[in-house]
Design a protein around this ligand. Structure first.
Ligand SMILES: Nc1ncnc2c1ncn2[C@@H]1O[C@H](COP(=O)(O)OP(=O)(O)OP(=O)(O)O)[C@@H](O)[C@H]1O
Ligand SMILES: [Mg+2]
Length: 358
């Protein structure tokens, strides 16, 4: 079956948001209801990200010995990899409170001033989506981060006075899915900048087993690995799939999750062995069949799918690139031989693509 050579479907637009969003990494309403109960609270419970955890443990131990707050930290990486969770673990390890906010909630100067002034010594301020801070908020944040004071202006025109208010020493933890969108001066004010990595199948199977344990779901090793391998390297997706597979197991069998039941459930959900859903497969098939494997510009793909460029870039692409199914070249996107094999398609190689496929 081919989505794009199928006459009926030829001009059908694929709505990325409407179709099977279960393997998309952004948080949704369903996640919110149970994410907090399964969020790891300690480094031991926080699975994977080994190198980052080691760096952080040493930084935390040093800060505690010096009796100083931690350096400001910036975490970046695709949604659902554990940035917010890690900030909470750090606060727990430091034994301090964490105040959580996000850039869109800090629109007016008084929002950011208010939250800075509410901080107590050593506390952590977590700002999610920090790349979305506006210029004014950033300007307020610079002296607060560097020297722990607030510059406030009072009066108008000639009578304007600057008031310098000291702040307690605090730690800012910023999180973003788009490090590239962060302004240079803001980025430079972080002591530690770290990218979170996609998780391996083994790591994700530990996430699956841990979550199943908390939710009282019986699962064996093979069942956990089957769910893990289709979770796109992302704990949030793994957790979501655990719940969906558990529902399936309860209705179709005795509630226990083994390999067979996991496979059957995920096949029913149309999530394949690589964790791709119909939208991902549609995108890859479009490149393979309509654009002869690529290269094809993202704008062209977006138009053909009836989607906007941002959604394709932010939602679909990161995992396809990471999994080696898609290649980004200066002339556009290309499908990889691995993706062709995965989709069961044959190579149709033009001379321009020869070097790439070799
Ligand atoms: N290392 C981990 N070990 C176990 N579970 C994890 C880990 N990282 C994340 N999770 C689980 O995945 C879910 C999503 O994590 P989190 O909210 O921290 O992601 P995020 O990177 O902040 O995503 P976003 O960019 O959407 O804010 C959490 O509910 C948490 O339980
Ligand atoms: Mg988050």
């Amino acid at each position: 079956m081919s989505i794009i050579s199928d006459k009926q479907n030829k001009n059908k637009k694929i709505d990325i948001n409407a179709k099977n969003p279960i393997v998309k990494p952004e948080t949704n309403e369903g996640d919110k209801s149970f994410e907090n109960s399964i969020r790891p609270k300690t480094f031991d419970a926080y699975i994977g990200q080994g190198a980052l955890k080691e760096t952080l443990k040493i930084t935390i131990a040093a800060a505690k010995k010096r009796e100083q707050p931690l350096d400001h930290l910036l975490f970046y990486g695709p949604p659902g990899l554990g940035k917010t969770t890690l900030a909470g673990v750090i606060a727990g390890q430091m034994g301090v409170e964490i105040k959580i906010t996000s850039a869109p909630a800090l629109e007016r100067p008084r929002d950011i001033i208010g939250i800075l002034m509410s901080l107590k010594g050593g506390e952590i301020l977590f700002i999610d989506e920090i790349h979305r801070l506006n210029k004014v908020a950033e300007e307020i944040l610079y002296p607060a981060m560097e020297d722990f004071y607030l510059d406030m202006t009072t009066g108008k025109a000639q009578t304007v006075k600057t008031l310098r208010l000291p702040l307690p020493k605090f730690t800012l933890i910023g999180a973003t899915t788009k490090a590239g969108a962060l302004s240079g001066p803001l980025r430079d004010r972080f002591g530690i900048i770290h990218r979170l990595q996609f998780y391996t199948d083994e790591e994700l199977s530990k996430v699956v087993t841990r979550t199943a344990g908390i939710l009282n779901i019986e699962i064996d090793k093979d069942g956990a690995l089957e769910i893990a391998s289709r979770s796109r390297g992302t704990p949030r997706i793994a957790n979501r799939l655990v719940k969906r597979v558990a529902d399936f197991a309860l209705v179709k069998s005795d509630g226990k999750i083994g390999r067979e039941i996991a496979k059957a459930a995920l096949d029913t959900l149309k999530i394949d062995e690589c964790g791709l859903d119909m939208t991902d497969r549609g995108l890859l098939k479009l490149i393979a069949e309509k654009f002869n494997g690529g290269p094809v510009g993202i704008e062209t793909l977006a138009a053909a799918l009836g989607e906007d460029v941002k959604t394709l870039e932010d939602v679909c692409e990161p995992y396809l690139l990471q999994a080696g199914l898609l290649q980004r070249t200066p002339r556009g996107r290309m499908i990889t031989p691995y993706a062709l094999e995965h989709l069961g398609l044959k190579k149709r190689v033009t001379s321009a693509q020869q070097s790439f496929f070799d």
